[in-house]
Design a protein around this ligand. Structure first.
Ligand SMILES: O=c1nc2n(C[C@H](O)[C@H](O)[C@H](O)CO)c3cc(O)ccc3cc-2c(=O)[nH]1
Ligand SMILES: C[C@H]1O[C@@H](n2cnc3c(N)ncnc32)[C@H](O)[C@@H]1O
Ligand code: SF4
Length: 359
């Protein structure tokens, strides 16, 4: 189903359940009793990407694409730690392909033969600076994820949608089956994981229901999904097909809440979504916000200040609390590597900063 079987992942989505989910609305879900957020810095390792999603302004074509140096990574992480952040968010183009010879030459100069090998070094730098890595490098094979999993507090990839949409078309396209396979690999490797759906890229309400049920089924199998992001596509210079309307965002957010068990958080990104109008749809998290860096994927959409997040929570009448990039339920040896556990337990400034956010 959704091409996932080609990657050895079997899903069994019941059509009647999907149809029922389509008719779920805000009145069918409960508002959350609190809101959380994480304080992060965005580290855009490379703008090279093998895909060309039509909604994305992040990627640069071969020749123009860049790679951050270890010094640049360290500099961003140090600024983040100084500003009280706990998370280094590594998200960047999917595995640059053979067209990006310049990127491979730079990687080679740095002593690496792949972006994942370099990502591991980048995560080590973040940990040294006093930040917990959360990496979203897009699709990953088991070998790629194994190379970096123990250096991450949590990882993620947006499923986007299980539908075959034009927005992912073209000669090199994101495939639902491969995204689902990445989610399954994370489950097998026991990596606390963030995923989500991108709303308004040509999918139907039924597609959204099926995407959410696919995630729910994988969570039922592995228990590793810590949160689901319900993200509206937003216009930019490459995407002029608009953004989903409020009613669609309300219904879809409620759908996500209804599709997933309560232990999975529902995140609404406050720089992209009309969060104040989604508070009764079951959201309980505002994602990673940064006092230091831009949202490099959506640079025209500035992060709200902490004060604005507090206002949102006040409107909802619920407490706002800061969290780590890994949700508290996963802060234990069953889910975290010895390296990440040691960073959280350490008797140093960073360890104290992390532990202050745990109950
Ligand atoms: O700044 C952003 N953070 C994004 N994040 C980061 C997220 O807000 C936080 O890093 C997580 O909540 C973990 O704390 C993502 C993380 C993922 O694993 C998958 C997708 C996203 C998407 C975005 C995004 O578009 N912009
Ligand atoms: C990190 C995530 O950013 C999202 N992403 C990429 N481009 C856009 C856009 N124009 N609007 C909203 N989200 C976007 C994708 O869902 C990707 O997986
Ligand atoms: S959304 Fe990610 S995979 Fe798609 S083009 Fe942008 S960087 Fe590449």
């Amino acid at each position: 189903m959704f091409g996932a079987d080609a990657y050895g992942v079997e899903l069994t989505i019941d059509p009647a359940t999907a149809e029922r989910l389509v008719s779920v609305g805000p009145a069918d879900v409960a508002a959350a009793s609190g809101l959380t957020f994480a304080r992060n810095v965005f580290v855009p390792l490379t703008t090279a990407c093998r895909y060309t999603c039509t909604y994305c302004t992040y990627y640069d074509p071969p020749g123009a694409a860049s790679l951050l140096s270890p010094e640049e990574i360290r500099n961003i992480c140090e600024r983040g730690a100084d500003a009280g952040c706990t998370e280094a968010l590594f998200t960047f183009g999917d595995d640059p392909d053979d067209r990006y010879t310049g990127i491979y030459e730079q990687l080679e100069t740095l002593g690496h033969d792949s972006i994942h090998s370099y990502l591991r070094e980048a995560c080590e730098i973040a940990l040294e600076c006093g930040l917990l890595p959360h990496s979203n490098p897009g699709d990953q094979t088991r070998e790629q994820m194994e190379l970096v999993a123990d250096m991450n507090a949590s990882m993620g990839v947006m499923l986007e949608t299980t539908a075959d949409v034009q927005a992912h078309g073209g000669p090199r396209s994101k495939e639902p089956g491969q995204r689902i396979a990445t989610l399954a690999i994370a489950g097998e490797l026991g990596v606390p994981f963030t995923t989500g759906i991108l709303v308004g890229i040509g999918e139907t309400a039924r597609d959204r229901a099926e995407s959410l049920l696919a995630i729910a089924e994988l969570h039922e199998r592995y228990g590793h999904i810590q949160e689901i992001i319900v993200q509206p596509v937003v216009p930019n210079e490459r995407w002029q097909e608009g953004s989903p309307d409020l009613e669609t965002m309300r219904r879809t957010t409620a759908m996500a809440r209804a599709a997933l068990p309560d232990d999975v958080s529902i995140q609404s990104p406050p720089n992209l979504a009309p969060v104040a109008d989604l508070l009764d749809c079951g959201i309980d998290d505002l994602g990673g916000v940064s006092p230091v860096t831009d949202d490099h994927i959506n640079p025209e959409y500035a992060w709200p200040a902490l004060r604005e997040l507090e206002d949102i929570a006040e409107t909802a009448g619920v407490p706002l609390s800061e969290r780590l990039p890994v949700y508290e339920e996963y802060v234990c040896s069953e889910w975290l590597s010895p390296e990440i556990e040691a960073a959280i337990d350490a008797d140093d400034e960073a360890g104290r900063r992390y532990r202050a956010l745990l109950g």
